[in-house]
Design a binder for this molecule. Structure first.
Ligand code: HXC
Length: 258
C-alpha cells in the first residue's frame, strides 16, 4: 500500500482531511494530490457528510508544490503529461462546502489549494504567499487568477511579483481569509463552522455555494438570475417546508437534506 500522505476522518457530519507530510512542510506532490482528490470524492459521495475541512500541520498548511520533484521536469513533462496540474482541480468537483483551516505556511500551491476551498479560516500564525517567482516560474494552480479576485490587483501583483509573505492579519484585512483565530483554537473553530454548515439543508448549502461561485464567473444580471432560479428551486425541497414550518412553530428544524 502507498504511504498515507493524507489522513481522513469524520467528526459527526464533517469530513476532516489532514495533509500529512509534516517533515516536508506538506509539500504537494502527485501522490498526495491523488490521495487528497480520492478522499474529497469519498466524502462527496456519502450522505453522512455535509461539509469538509482540509488542514495541515501547526507549521504548515502546505509550503507549495514539491520543488524536489519538479526541478528536473521538462516542458513536455508538464505540458503533455500534466505532471503537476493533472489532479489539482478535483477539489472544484466537490459540491459540498470545503473549508481550509490554515496554520503556518500556505505558500505557492499551498496558498492556491487554500484558495480553491470555499473559505479560509486562519490561525494567527498563518503566512500566505505566492513565491514561485523566486524559483523562476509563476503560480500554476490559479494563484494569478484567484488571488486578485480575493485581494484585488494591487496586492496580488505585490505578492506574485515580490514573492513576499502576508501574515494572517494582512490576509484578513485584504479579504483572503474569513476569520483569524488563535492557533490552538483554529481547528476547533473550523470544525465548528463546518458542523454548523453540515447541519443546514444540504441542497441549500450546495446552491448557496454554486450561486456565490457564479458571482465570480458571470456578469451581475446573469448571476442574479442564477441565484433566483436556485432560490425558486429550493421551494421544491422538503427542507424548505421543514425550515419555514419550524420557524413558525418556534422549534428547531430537522433537515433531511432533500
Ligand atoms: C519540497 C519543501 C518545500 C517544497 C519545504 N520543503 N517546502 N520540499 N517542496 N515546496 C522541505 C525543505 O526542503 C525541508 O526539507 C523541510 O521541508 C523544512 O523546510 P525548511 O526550509 O528547512 O524550513 P524553514 O527554514 O522553516 O523554511 C520554511 C519555508 C521554506 C520558508 C516555507 O521551506 C520555503 O521557502 N519553502 C519553499 C516555498 C516555495 O517556494 N513554495 C512554492 C513552490 S512552487 P529537509 O529535507 O531539508 O528537512 C509551487 C508551484 C505550484 O508551489 C504549482 C501548482 C500547479
Amino acid at each position: 500500500m502507498s504511504e498515507a500522505l493524507i489522513l481522513s476522518e469524520t467528526r459527526g457530519r464533517v469530513g476532516l482531511i489532514t495533509l500529512n507530510r509534516p517533515k516536508a512542510l506538506n509539500a504537494l506532490n502527485n501522490d498526495l494530490m491523488d490521495q487528497l482528490g480520492a478522499a474529497l470524492l469519498a466524502f462527496e459521495a456519502t450522505d453522512e457528510i455535509g461539509a469538509i475541512v482540509i488542514t495541515g500541520s501547526e507549521k504548515a498548511f502546505a509550503a507549495g508544490a514539491d520543488i524536489g520533484a519538479m526541478k528536473d521536469w521538462s516542458f513536455m513533462d508538464v505540458y503533455k503529461n500534466e505532471y503537476i496540474t493533472r489532479n489539482w482541480e478535483t477539489i472544484k468537483r466537490v459540491r459540498k462546502p470545503v473549508i481550509a483551516a490554515v496554520a503556518g505556511y500556505a505558500l505557492g500551491g499551498g496558498c492556491e489549494l487554500a484558495m480553491m476551498c470555499d473559505f479560509i479560516i486562519a490561525a494567527d500564525t498563518a503566512k500566505f504567499g505566492q513565491p514561485e517567482i523566486k524559483l523562476g516560474v509563476i503560480p500554476g494552480a490559479g494563484g494569478t487568477q484567484r488571488l486578485p479576485r480575493a485581494v484585488g490587483k494591487a496586492k496580488a501583483m505585490d505578492l506574485c511579483l515580490t514573492g513576499r509573505m502576508m501574515d494572517a492579519a494582512e490576509a484578513e484585512r485584504s479579504g483572503l481569509v474569513s476569520r483569524v483565530v488563535a492557533a490552538d483554537k483554529m481547528l476547533d473553530e473550523a470544525i465548528e463552522a463546518a458542523t454548523i454548515i453540515a447541519g443546514m439543508s444540504l441542497p441549500s448549502a450546495i446552491m448557496a455555494k454554486e450561486s456565490i461561485n457564479r458571482a465570480y464567473e458571470s456578469g451581475l444580471a446573469e448571476g442574479i438570475l442564477f441565484e433566483r432560479r436556485n432560490f425558486h428551486a429550493l421551494f421544491g425541497t422538503d427542507d424548505q417546508k421543514e425550515g419555514m414550518a419550524a420557524f413558525v412553530e418556534k422549534r428547531k428544524p430537522v433537515f433531511r437534506h432533500q
